[in-house]
Design a protein around this ligand. Structure first.
Ligand code: ADP
Length: 209
């Protein structure tokens, strides 16, 4: 719900001075109590303010859209990342499929002999390889993976919303969280669509701002 500028002002006054009577709010705004009555009842009905008889108006702590977007902009990758599952580039497609099932995960990251990020394997990459004529036990994953430098990555101090936008833009399910290492990138975490769903759900259950 969009608040008018007068309604925003009323919320601010109550935030700072509550509990406060309608009369006193009117004084702050140099208006009459009668003029404010419709705004006060809208704010109370919408849950921004609570009214207690003989006490006055309280700020309910309900998120305004501004407070909510402020909260989103404070969510960073490091607070939500999960553990990455990494396979070596010479493991077979068969073993990568087994790992995907065992770890119950949709995206695997692939590392080179130095332990640096070399590629990504999605469910469909493995599915595509499986319907070909190849022997899954002998084909190494580096043949079929999406490889560096075409990997979209994020870093622990990035905003979660920026990581979410990358997932959308690139139409992918996951991003490795990386840190710079001497000759490449080291994978330290994982952000997936599930991460974003969990963070989104959390926003609805946090009442205090
Ligand atoms: P699926 O292929 O199972 O639908 P994705 O949408 O994540 O899963 O993957 C689509 C393609 O993008 C795959 O070929 C995959 O290797 C590649 N891919 C997945 N994650 C990344 C990433 N972070 N950066 C670049 N490419 C990726």
């Amino acid at each position: 719900m969009e608040l008018s500028s007068r309604q925003e002002k009323i919320v601010d006054i109550v935030k700072e001075n509550g509990p406060i009577t309608g009369e006193k709010i009117a004084e702050h705004l140099s208006l009459t109590r009668a003029t404010l009555r419709p705004d006060l009842s809208i704010l109370t009905m919408a849950g921004f303010l609570e009214a207690r008889p003989r006490v006055g108006y309280f700020y309910s702590g309900k998120h305004t859209s501004e407070a909510l977007s402020g909260k989103i902009k404070r969510m960073s990758v490091k607070d939500y990342q999960s553990i990455p599952i990494i396979v070596k580039e010479n493991v077979s497609v068969y073993d990568a499929i087994s790992t995907m099932f065992l770890e119950d995960i949709g995206t695997l990251f692939v590392s080179d002999s130095k332990g640096l990020l070399a590629g990504v394997l999605s469910r469909k990459d493995l599915l595509r390889a499986s319907i070909g004529q190849q022997n899954l036990n002998t084909v190494p994953v580096h043949i079929i993976m999406t490889r560096m430098p075409n990997i979209a990555v994020c870093r622990k101090d990035d905003l979660l919303i920026d990581a979410a936008n990358k997932l959308i833009e690139k139409e992918i399910d996951g991003l490795p969280v990386v840190r710079d290492s001497e000759n490449g990138l080291e994978v330290i975490g994982r952000i997936t669509k599930t991460t974003i769903a969990r963070a989104f759900s959390e926003l609805a259950t946090v009442h205090e701002i």
